[in-house]
Design a protein around this ligand. Structure first.
Ligand SMILES: *[C@@H]1O[C@H](CO)[C@@H](O)[C@H](O)[C@H]1NC(C)=O
Ligand SMILES: *[C@@H]1O[C@H](CO)[C@@H](O)[C@H](O)[C@H]1NC(C)=O
Length: 256
């Protein structure tokens, strides 16, 4: 799983920097490996750095809140989550928070004390939504795990190894007992309530909210460049990633 993730980052950074190749050399001493995303990638330690940083947030009150209402198997959702939302969050996680609500166009019916769910892409999607929901309830490392699943060829098949990779202390058995039990059922019901409470009601997926608000304009901007949108919405103290992003990426080209 490490390779696809780094590969994807490389592809994404490549696109952002106008197509220059990533340097494979690591010019930094170990003490600085996690000092920036660039050095973490250059030195091949992105996963390790992220694990220690995943809950980092310096300016909580000013943070831009990005909400994603999606379905685990919807192709457009997977593309937005893996190619836009996750990379943007890697760069900007100190000024943005992400809320993922896997449910989308699913339907629920009460059945005794529980709920029965029907998903747009069938049973496998309901299972994917439920696994991701349970993981979010069980670990702080949920976003990298969900990214890992959604960027894999098979979202469901990859789930176990994604959990083992990004949250080694979380047992797969405990995830599955959430998925099959009352906790998962209640958590999914909360997703249903949260989705049906959207104003305006969602008309499609992926459906993006910024600070709880959805407009066509915000949606379009999020789809085009969430990075630019989040930087422009952020009203707190300036951070280097927003101001110098472009110049930063070009440093990858120095060796060419
Ligand atoms: C990790 O956190 C430290 C301290 O908060 C920060 O300086 C550094 O930039 C972060 N590294 C990455 C790769 O996000
Ligand atoms: C996990 O779900 C339980 C049961 O719904 C809830 O009480 C708890 O606050 C949740 N924890 C997190 C971290 O979301």
């Amino acid at each position: 799983m490490k390779i696809p993730m780094l590969l994807l980052m490389a592809v994404w950074l490549n696109a952002q920097s106008g197509g220059c190749a990533l340097s494979s050399s690591c010019p930094h001493p170990p003490s600085q490996w996690c000092s920036s995303l660039d050095s973490a990638i250059q030195c091949g330690v992105l996963k390790q750095c992220l694990e220690s940083n995943v809950t980092r947030s310096r300016h909580t009150s000013d943070q831009v809140e990005v909400g994603l209402y999606y379905e685990s198997l919807c192709p457009g959702c997977r593309m937005f989550l893996t190619e836009m939302l996750f990379p943007t969050w890697l760069m900007l996680n100190e000024i943005m928070s992400v809320t993922l609500v896997p449910y989308g166009n699913a339907q629920e019916k009460p059945d005794g004390q529980k709920y029965v769910f029907e998903c747009q892409h069938g049973e496998p999607e309901c299972l994917g939504n439920m696994i991701e929901t349970c993981i979010m309830n069980m670990t702080d490392a949920a976003f990298p795990i969900i990214f890992c699943m959604e960027s894999s060829a098979d979202v469901l098949q990859s789930a176990k190894s994604c959990v083992e990779l990004y949250s080694p202390k979380l047992s797969w058995d405990s995830v599955m007992s959430c998925v099959k039990g009352d906790v998962g059922n209640q958590l999914m019901h909360q997703n249903a309530l949260q989705t049906s409470a959207l104003t305006p009601p969602h008309q499609y997926v992926p459906w993006v909210t910024i600070n709880g608000e959805h407009t066509e304009d915000l949606q379009d901007k999020a789809m085009n460049s969430l990075f630019t949108l989040v930087c422009s919405m952020y009203k707190g103290p300036k951070i280097p990633a927003c101001g110098e992003g472009k110049i930063h990426y070009r440093s990858y080209c120095h060796n060419e």
